[in-house]
Design a protein around this ligand. Structure first.
Ligand SMILES: Cc1cc2nc3c(=O)[nH]c(=O)nc-3n(C[C@H](O)[C@H](O)[C@H](O)COP(=O)(O)OP(=O)(O)OC[C@H]3O[C@@H](n4cnc5c(N)ncnc54)[C@H](O)[C@@H]3O)c2cc1C
Length: 375
C-alpha cells in the first residue's frame, strides 16, 4: 500500500535515469522511497540519448570504472527481466555485441592501444574483443563502405530502448511501493539532527537520507549540503531515419538499428553551453561519417533530429559521494546512465540502503576536483 505521507526513509531528488534507477533499486529492497522530479522544461539527457549499453573503451586510466561498467553490463539481462516482471514493460534490451569502426589503420591502432591499456589496468576482467580487418568486420556489419579500414568487435555491448527504460523504472518504483512526484522541483535542503527537510513545489518532505541525482540540477542542490559538484553540459545530436528491414546486426558507437527498424545516427560531442538546438553543421558532420561507413544510409529518409545535453564531469567519470558534513546525503551523477542503470539499481541502491559506499568507489568522490585538497 502506497503511503501519501511526506515523511519517508529516502528522498531522491531527480527522476531521470540515474535517480529513477536508484529509487527503483531502493524500493525493490523494501526501502520507503519518494522521487521528487522537476518539470517538463528540465534539460533531460534521459529523454534524448542513444540507448547503448557499452563496455568497450570504458575505463581508460580508471580501472574502477571499467569494473563498474563491466558489472553493470553483465547484470543488464537479469535487470531487464526484473524490470519487465515489475512494470510489465519490455525495455527491448539485446546484446548483439558492438563494433568500433576505423576509417584508417592509424585510427585502428590508436584505439587498440587504448583498449590494451584498459585491459592491462583491469586484467581480472574478462572483456573479450576481436580486432578485425575490413572483411572480418563486414561479417558483423554488412554494407560497409570502401573507406573502412577495420574495427573492433566486443560481444558484451548491447542496446535498449531508453525511453521504455525510464518509464519502466518510474513505474517499477511505484509497483514496489515507492512514489514518483513530477513537478516537484527541490528548492531547499536542510539537515537537522540526522534528518533531511526538503522543500519541493509547495510541499515539505522529511527523510533520513537524500540522494541528489538531478542531472544538470545537481550542482545547485549539492551546494545546499556544502558540496561543490562540477557538471558541465556537452551537446550531443542524433539523427533518426525511417524504419527499414533489419540490416545492422550489431551496434556501433555512431549507428544502431532500433527494434522497430529505425537507424539512429550520432553522436556528436560539442561544447555549446546550455544550447539545446539542433545544428545543421553538426547533422552534416555526423551524417558524413555515418554514410562513409554505411553508404546505404544515403538513400534513407530522415524522420527526426534532436539535440540533448550530456551531464559531464571534468574527467568524464561518475560522481558517487556521501557527504562528510551531512551524512546520509548522497550525490550521484554520470554520463552513461543507460549503461550503468543496472549497477545503480542493484549495487548502488544497496550501498545507499546500508548507509555507506564501499572503498572501491572512493575514486569517484567529488574531492578529486578540489584544487585546494590536491595542492
Ligand atoms: C546525445 C546523448 C547520447 C547519449 N547516449 C548514451 C548511451 O548511448 N548510453 C549511455 O549509457 N548514456 C548515454 N547518454 C547519457 C545518459 O543519457 C545520461 O547519463 C543520463 O540520462 C543521465 O541521467 P540523469 O538522471 O543523471 O539526468 P537527467 O536526465 O537530466 O535527469 C535529471 C532529472 O532531475 C530533475 N531535476 C533537476 N533539478 C531538479 C531539482 N532541483 N529538483 C528535483 N528534480 C530536479 C530533472 O527534471 C530531470 O528529470 C547520452 C546522452 C546524450 C545527451
Amino acid at each position: 500500500m502506497v503511503s501519501d505521507s511526506n515523511s519517508t526513509e529516502v528522498l531522491v531528488a531527480g527522476g531521470g535515469l540515474v535517480g529513477a534507477a536508484i529509487a527503483y533499486g531502493l524500493a525493490r529492497r523494501g526501502v520507503a522511497t519518494i522521487v521528487l522530479d522537476g518539470g517538463d522544461d528540465a534539460l533531460r539527457p534521459s529523454r534524448g540519448n542513444f540507448g547503448l549499453v557499452r563496455v568497450q573503451g570504458k575505463g581508460f586510466g580508471c580501472p574502477a570504472y571499467s569494473r563498474l561498467t563491466y558489472d553493470s553490463a553483465v547484470a543488464w539481462q537479469g535487470f531487464a527481466d526484473d524490470l519487465k516482471a515489475a512494470s510489465g514493460i519490455d525495455v527491448a534490451y539485446s546484446k548483439p555485441g558492438g563494433a568500433i569502426v576505423a576509417l584508417s589503420d592509424e585510427e585502428l591502432e590508436t584505439y587498440c592501444a587504448k583498449l590494451e591499456a584498459i585491459g592491462r589496468d583491469a586484467d581480472d576482467l574478462p572483456v573479450d574483443y576481436e580486432v578485425l580487418d575490413r572483411p572480418g568486420l563486414a561479417k558483423h556489419l554488412p554494407g560497409l563502405g570502401p573507406d573502412v579500414a577495420g574495427g573492433v568487435y566486443c560481444p558484451l555491448d548491447g542496446h535498449v530502448n531508453p525511453l521504455y527504460l525510464l518509464r519502466a523504472l518510474q513505474l517499477g518504483l511505484q509497483v514496489h511501493g515507492g512514489r514518483y512526484l513530477a513537478n516537484h522541483e527541490v528548492t531547499q535542503i536542510d539537515s537537522r539532527s540526522g534528518e533531511f527537510r526538503v522543500r519541493a513545489g509547495s510541499r515539505d518532505f522529511t527523510a533520513g537520507k537524500i540522494v541528489i541525482a538531478a542531472g544538470h540540477g545537481t550542482p545547485r542542490l549539492a551546494a545546499m549540503i556544502d558540496a561543490q559538484v562540477p557538471v558541465n553540459p556537452e551537446h550531443g545530436q542524433i539523427i533518426v531515419t525511417e524504419r527499414i528491414r533489419p540490416v545492422l546486426k550489431v551496434t556501433t558507437s555512431f549507428a544502431r538499428q532500433t527494434e522497430e527498424g529505425s537507424i539512429m545516427i550520432g553522436v556528436s560531442r560539442v561544447g555549446r553551453g546550455y544550447d539545446t538546438t539542433a545544428h545543421l553543421e553538426t547533422s552534416r558532420d555526423i551524417a558524413k561519417r555515418a554514410t562513409t561507413v554505411f553508404p546505404f544510409l544515403r538513400s534513407l529518409r530522415v524522420v527526426r533530429i534532436w539535440a540533448c545535453l550530456r551531464t559531464m564531469t571534468p574527467d568524464g567519470l561518475p560522481i558517487y559521494q556521501q557527504s562528510k558534513s551531512h551524512p546520509g546525503a548522497f550525490i550521484v551523477t554520470c554520463h552513461s546512465g543507460v549503461t550503468l542503470a543496472a549497477a545503480h539499481a542493484l549495487q548502488l541502491a544497496r550501498y545507499i540502503a546500508e548507509g555507506a559506499l564501499p572503498e572501491e568507489l572512493d575514486c569517484f568522490g567529488c574531492e578529486r576536483f578540489d584544487v585546494q585538497a590536491a595542492a
